[in-house]
Design a binder for this molecule. Structure first.
Ligand SMILES: [Zn+2]
Length: 130
């Protein structure tokens, strides 16, 4: 009886652990989806470097570039944010990646010179509440 109960308990814990992992994985996926479905996006005009906060509607989900409503040109591209050095102190510098410019070189931040990539990581110790 003692041995059987022990086995049942171990089995129960295993099921619980798997359940927790599944829950965490599900949660990660959920938060990823909610981020990509945000109702606005920061786009930059590739010609002027000006940033625009663009409200996204379903029909805006087409491929980039998007139309700049101020100039009428198809020149708006998505940006990554650089938070290194002075960029972090200013709350981030938005950068269009070189892949959008059809250039093979890694993208460098025009302000601090750090490499910027997709889902650009923040420097260690960077605090959002700066
Ligand atoms: Zn920078």
């Amino acid at each position: 009886m003692g041995e059987g109960l022990k086995k049942a308990l171990v089995g129960g814990f295993a099921v619980l652990a798997v359940g927790c992992l599944a829950y965490i994985a599900f949660w990660d996926e959920r938060s990823g989806v909610s981020t990509s479905l945000a109702d606005h996006r920061f786009l930059q005009d590739i010609n002027t470097g000006k940033n625009y906060r663009v409200d996204i509607t379903v029909k805006d989900y087409g491929p980039y570039p998007h139309k700049n409503r101020s100039t009428g040109e198809m020149s708006l591209y998505p940006t990554e944010v650089c938070y290194w050095d002075e960029c972090g102190e200013k709350g981030g510098t938005r950068v269009i990646l070189n892949t959008w410019r059809k250039q093979p070189e890694p993208t460098k931040c025009p302000v601090c010179g750090h490499t910027v990539r997709v889902h650009n990581p923040r420097p260690p110790g960077y605090k959002d509440d700066k």
